[in-house]
Design a protein around this ligand. Structure first.
Ligand SMILES: *[C@@H]1O[C@H](CO)[C@@H](O)[C@H](O)[C@H]1NC(C)=O
Ligand SMILES: *[C@@H]1O[C@H](CO)[C@@H](O)[C@H](O)[C@H]1NC(C)=O
Length: 248
């Protein structure tokens, strides 16, 4: 018998609608960071040995040009990666977001990394950019990052699962009886089951999904689930909530 819990998680601690949220190893950027700006610096990827960028945007053809005009590059523009290109970086087998790496000293020198906004009137569109400085970040080796809109049927993998979406989303998790799942409203860099993380982020819930299946709603751009049992079969599925009520 399957027990179904539906628990809306309201992220009162962090106000994600005001743009960048800065953590010790990472930042989350949203559309508000770009509105009215010709460029913004991605500090996590400036003058560091190694950083990763994970992107999630909406799959809406009407927004294609807006996303194309948001381009990551160094200040000298020797290379350009549009949000469309970054968002297309997905592992077709695992459905993971393949991060874009910036490696200092390689053909894409780190220097200072920016996103440029080439849109008329510097408009933007819903987006999530999760930028992580990996120079001293220990969790990334055990983490897999997904877009809520394309996890699909679910999967079995590893210790930390991070989910991104520009819209609120639901996640459903299941695991074996011995596994404790701990949910954070942050990226993998703050997903420590004992809340012993660099930014003192408290977990929002923890459960043993082995007793059933747990579905919860995330009203923010990111969630991470830490599974205590690395050996077990941990399943996560997710979907973005397309119908969002209009605020104001
Ligand atoms: C990157 O985009 C900018 C702005 O459109 C352009 O000036 C520059 O030449 C591009 N760089 C490359 C390598 O295509
Ligand atoms: C996708 O992920 C699998 C499993 O981690 C890996 O073996 C494979 O090389 C990845 N594919 C690509 C194209 O990176």
């Amino acid at each position: 018998s399957i027990r179904l819990a539906f628990i809306p998680i309201l992220l009162a601690i962090l106000n994600f609608s005001d743009g960048r949220v800065k953590f010790t190893h990472s930042s989350l950027y949203d559309e508000n960071d770009f509105v009215g700006k010709t460029r913004i610096e991605i500090e996590e990827c400036s003058n560091v040995a190694l950083c990763v960028i994970y992107v999630s945007i909406l799959s809406d053809q009407n927004l294609h040009d807006v996303y194309s005009n948001l381009q990551m590059s160094s200040e000298f523009r020797q290379w350009n990666m549009t949000l469309i290109q970054l968002n297309a970086m997905r592992n077709k087998t695992t459905k993971e977001i393949d991060p874009y790496f910036i490696v200092n000293g390689e053909d894409e020198p780190s220097g200072t990394t920016y996103f440029f906004n080439h849109n008329d009137k510097q408009i933007a569109a819903p987006l999530v950019i999760y930028a992580v400085n990996l120079d001293n970040e220990p969790n990334n080796a055990n983490a897999a990052v997904y877009d809520a809109g394309s996890i699909g049927e679910g999967f079995e993998k590893g210790k930390i699962v991070t989910i991104l979406n520009a819209h609120p989303f639901t996640a459903t998790i299941a695991a074996d009886a011995n596994t404790l799942g701990t949910v954070f409203a942050t990226g993998f860099d703050n997903a420590d089951p004992n809340d012993d993380n660099p930014d003192k982020c408290r977990h929002v819930m923890s459960m043993r999904p082995g007793l059933g299946v747990v579905t919860f709603q995330i009203n923010g751009p990111i969630a991470s689930i830490y599974f205590s049992d690395f050996q077990g079969l941990n399943h996560v599925s997710s979907s973005a909530i397309q119908q969002i009520s209009q605020e104001n």
